[in-house]
Design a protein around this ligand. Structure first.
Ligand code: CA
Length: 731
């Protein structure tokens, strides 16, 4: 009833703002009367009761994972194996932020709410596509210098008439769901430190729960709960101990401090809670993951090589008080950027002869973990992708059986799998109760690890501690070394601990997954592929695809309106062919027999390797490498050859031709809208000149390699082109 009531009002509103329905019945309504109704109809009227019973309202998508259990599953089945071939675009809406779009939309009572890059939020009439409002928090663009992995936002929460958003600069904002007006904002981080927020908040028992990012820089991770009405602090759980001289917040921090040495607190320790949060109602626990330690290289973080609790861990705390319940550390003494931050889901599975409520996480470290939800006891741990840092998990101690060489050093280089891109990133996974399978957004990725030379921690900068130039040299000298970074969907049996099928592979990061009662698994094809796909849940056969004109990494959702099933997703990433490509950042909404057509894309040819002659001295090139590794490599990749969703490959950049053009971007910030802000606070003109010289030297080196061995159609790409990229999988 509520749906129909709102739908009439929304249709009338669309007429008032001059939008025509893209399809659907032409409702003859008295616009004036309906508008009056619209004024009083509730918007985002999501109560705690509705959230608890979200599975009984399959027409809706009220929280980022679909329900508290975050299974990204809907029983809707109008779109199914037989009808999916008729699935077409019903309507689309363009965003005004052409960066990577990672937000999972919400659908509530006739309205789609979705967040985009730069922490903006849009509301659309789901039937017509009419934009109801847009909210822009006016985040200062300078914040981008604190961002490791893109100007992104992964989602929002809805509760009692408000939409909750975490902004890149660390505010929790409550937005009036009806009007789009900001009601209040609360700063959740120390703005003087290197914190950012990119994740979706969750609303749990009237509390908004959200963490933050920054473990690539130098912060102390925590998860916070805030009053949904007022924004007041309710509880805060730190994930790593602070300075012992200042005392510990609780016994767990005192215990954790015994697993660290050195002065870890000076860079914060890391362990940020930058995405995965689920609410286990049965045990009244909030279960969440923690990020890597800071810096990545444990040798410079903790000279004694302890476990460093609670980095790279799953933690459970009481939902009312934040009091510690249990933890399981997926990567003790992490030195590989193995955030335990991939999405978590709650399932009921047969273990030891009985249905057991379990926490499931396909981890960034390549291992699929199944834990008892009440206690955190490890039930299953298996590699779901290429893993070469361990040979398994000791099921008695719960610890990984490490490959000793994987703990790289300055002298020992290791070609790590999964690389820091992860065997799995932040991308949504899905469960399907009919098959009992978990559909994992999987990556197979390598990354060359080596300790940096003479690393000096910098509290105001990036702190990785590894040599970001190691890959370039290693791959040149080891042309046969594995170097893939591919994405695909894995159908995984979580009880047997094995893959049932794998989809085709595509270039670079994977896409979020949705599963439905129609026997379908939906997923985007990462970057460069420009495809939205549906697979058969049982066979893995690709049954449908749609040309999205741009890459797609965000999670799709599905909902029902007027008895019709829709599938919706954000698309948009902005590199292709190793360079900035036109980005068609949009919301796409599909239904059976949808007939909307996207505008014809402009033609685009990526620039080719064409560097100017190198005139700089070897000393200047070496200085440029130092500056590059400290400031640029985290986004633009080893040796400048990024190949991901957000960041251009600098080796093919026309900006290499002129220092003035180069500095207009690096020092003057003319591309800050794209997320490339000014580095004038960190770099002098002599520094940027050296960086350009370094990039020219790398590009010349690559060009020489190409000319020495011209590629043929069947040959792999040159090593540097094909190799690694840090972004989109991490935060
Ligand atoms: Ca990380």
């Amino acid at each position: 009833m509520r749906n129909r009531f709102f739908a009439v009002a929304a249709l009338a509103l669309a007429v008032l703002v001059g939008c025509q329905p893209a399809e659907g019945p032409a409702a003859a309504t008295d616009a004036g009367t309906a508008a009056a109704v619209a004024d009083t109809a509730p918007a985002a009227n999501v109560t705690s009761e509705r959230l608890s019973n979200a599975a009984s309202e399959p027409s809706q998508w009220m929280t980022v994972g679909g329900t508290y259990e975050e299974r990204h599953y809907s029983p809707l089945n109008e779109v199914n194996r037989d009808t999916v071939s008729r699935l077409g675009l019903s309507w689309f809406a363009d965003y005004d932020t052409n960066l990577s779009q990672q937000g999972t939309p919400l659908y509530i009572d006739g309205v789609i709410y979705v967040s985009t890059a730069w922490s903006k939020v849009y509301a659309y009439d789901a039937r017509t596509g009419a934009q109801l409002w847009q909210y822009d928090p006016q985040t200062p663009k300078e914040i981008a210098i604190k961002v490791c992995c893109g100007i992104v936002n992964r989602g929002i929460a809805a509760y009692e008439g408000k939409i909750y958003l975490g902004t890149l600069d660390g505010y929790l904002v409550a937005i009036n769901a009806k009007t789009g007006q900001e009601e209040w904002r609360k700063l959740t981080v120390d703005a003087d430190k290197q914190y950012t927020v990119t994740s979706a908040p969750r609303v749990i028992k009237g509390q908004v729960v959200i963490g933050n990012s920054g473990s690539e820089f130098g912060v102390r991770g925590y998860l916070g709960a805030y009053n949904a009405t007022t924004g007041e602090d309710i509880w805060r759980v730190y994930t790593v101990p602070g300075n012992p001289e200042l005392g510990f917040e609780n016994p767990q921090m005192e215990m954790a401090a015994k697993t660290w040495s050195g002065n870890w607190w000076e860079l914060g320790g890391g362990g940020t809670v930058w995405d995965a949060i689920v609410y286990d109602e049965i045990n009244n626990l909030v279960v969440f993951g923690t990020g890597n330690g800071t810096p990545w290289d444990q040798r410079v973080r903790d000279p004694n090589g302890g476990d460093n609790l609670f980095v790279a861990s799953l933690l459970a705390v009481d939902a009312d008080s934040g009091e510690y319940a249990w933890h399981y550390q997926t990567t003790p003494g992490d030195t590989w950027d193995y955030d335990a931050m991939s999405p978590i889901m709650l399932l009921d599975l047969p273990f030891n002869g009985e249905q057991t409520r379990v926490v499931v996480q396909p981890n960034k470290n390549g291992m699929m973990y199944v834990l008892e939800a009440a206690t955190g006891k490890l039930l299953k741990a298996d590699a779901f992708t290429e893993v070469n840092w361990n040979t398994g998990v000791d099921m008695v101690t719960g610890r990984p059986i490490e490959v000793p060489e994987a703990r790289y050093s300055r002298d020992e280089i290791y070609n790590l799998a999964p690389g820091v891109q992860g065997g799995h990133g932040w991308h949504a996974n899905a469960f399907n109760p009919e098959t009992g399978l978990v559909y994992i957004a999987t990556q197979r990725a390598y990354f060359v690890m080596r300790t940096a030379e003479n690393f000096v921690p910098n509290p105001q900068g990036t702190n990785l501690g590894i040599d970001m130039g190691a890959s370039f040299v290693y791959m040149r000298d080891n042309p046969d070394a594995p170097r893939e970074f591919v994405g695909y969907v894995t159908a995984w049996d979580p009880v047997a601990g094995k893959a049932v099928w794998k989809s085709e592979e595509h270039d670079g990061p994977t896409g979020g997954v949705l599963s439905t009662g129609g026997g379908l698994v939906f997923s985007g094809g990462g970057n460069n592929t420009n495809e939205f796909r549906a697979y058969d849940t049982v066979s893995g056969q690709k049954l449908w695809s749609f040309d999205t004109q741009t890459g797609m990494v965000a999670a799709p959702i599905t909902f029902e309106l007027d008895g019709k099933q829709y599938v919706a997703a954000s698309v948009g990433i902005n590199s292709a062919g190793n360079y900035y490509a036109p980005n068609y950042s949009r919301l796409l909404v599909f239904a059976i027999d949808g007939a909307a057509v996207l505008p014809t894309p402009v033609s685009f040819t990526a620039p080719q390797l064409n560097p100017p002659p190198l005139t700089a001295s070897a000393e200047e090139v070496a200085a440029g490498q130092q500056h590059y590794n400290a400031n640029c490599a985290i986004c633009h990749g080893n040796g400048g050859a990024a190949r991901g969703a957000n960041f251009p490959n600098l080796l093919v950049s026309p900006m290499l031709n002129a220092q003035e053009a180069f500095d207009s971007i690096v020092l003057q910030g003319v591309r800050q809208e794209r997320g490339m802000v000014s580095f004038a606070d960190r770099l002098q003109p002599a520094d940027t000149s050296a960086i350009r010289a370094y990039l020219i030297s790398r590009a010349q080196e690559q060009l020489a390699a190409l000319q020495a061995a011209p590629p043929i159609d069947t040959a792999p790409e040159p090593a540097e082109q094909q190799h690694q990229e840090t972004e989109t999988s991490d935060n």
